[in-house]
Design a protein around this ligand. Structure first.
Ligand code: COA
Length: 187
């Protein structure tokens, strides 16, 4: 699987179980920033918890399922992107992402997710890439829109956070839509 420079020396590469202590340190910087917007199982506060997240992904990857990639800036994890779900039999997958607060606003995620989508469609022949987020997650919605994903609708009251329920929006892009106007992922 790829390892590539995303921008300004920041590298995107697979996050593996042995990165648990680096991932736990990153989580201590990212936790409160991402907590409202990601699934609760992704929020951990110990090295064992971080290892459990990475082990879950490693097990799925071994079955050609979900995958997770970290963004490294000078050896420090600052965020990442993942295939939350990956089903090569049906050709459907879902992409997700996160950043620690200091890394927001630099275009790292749009380019990282474009790299994952390109791999899914071109290398793996997937048919559909999905994006799901809380409807009020403006920065996440902006990433989906920048990547020309189309809104497919709202799963009403399906996101629970801090005792409240929120709507979730589903976006997708199909293989033909991506291939007809692929972004220049070399920049
Ligand atoms: C969602 C999240 C990862 C998006 O991060 P982001 O930095 O806004 O997204 P990108 O990395 O693509 O950067 C886009 C920003 O960089 C700017 N940018 C700078 N250079 C850029 C470039 N070369 N290309 C694209 N954008 C660039 C864009 O203008 C945009 O900033 P703006 O919205 O202020 O105009 C981040 O807000 C986050 O971690 N949120 C909490 C966790 C979360 O919501 N995860 C997603 C769950 S569905």
């Amino acid at each position: 699987m790829f390892e590539t420079v995303v921008r300004g020396g920041v590298v995107l590469k697979p996050l593996e179980t042995w990165h648990a202590s680096d991932f736990a340190e990153h989580m201590s910087r990212a936790r409160e920033h991402i907590r409202p917007w990601v699934g609760p199982a992704f929020i951990t506060d110990t090295v064992d918890g971080a290892r459990a997240t990475l082990q879950r992904y490693a097990t799925a990857t071994a079955h050609d399922g979900a995958r997770i990639y970290g963004l490294w800036d000078e050896g420090k994890i600052i965020g990442g992107a993942m295939f939350v779900a990956f089903d090569p039999v049906w050709g459907n997958c879902e992409v997700g992402c996160w950043l620690e607060p200091d890394a927001v606003g630099g275009g790292l995620i749009t380019r990282s997710v474009a790299l994952l989508i390109e791999w899914a469609f071109v290398e793996r022949g997937m048919a559909r890439v999905e994006w799901r987020c809380r409807i009020d997650n403006d920065r996440s919605v902006a990433v989906a829109q920048r990547l020309r994903m189309r809104s497919e609708g709202v799963l009403r009251s399906s996101w629970v956070y801090d005792g409240n329920r929120y709507d979730k929006e589903v976006f997708s892009i199909l293989r033909a839509e991506w291939m007809s106007a692929r972004p220049d992922i070399t920049q």
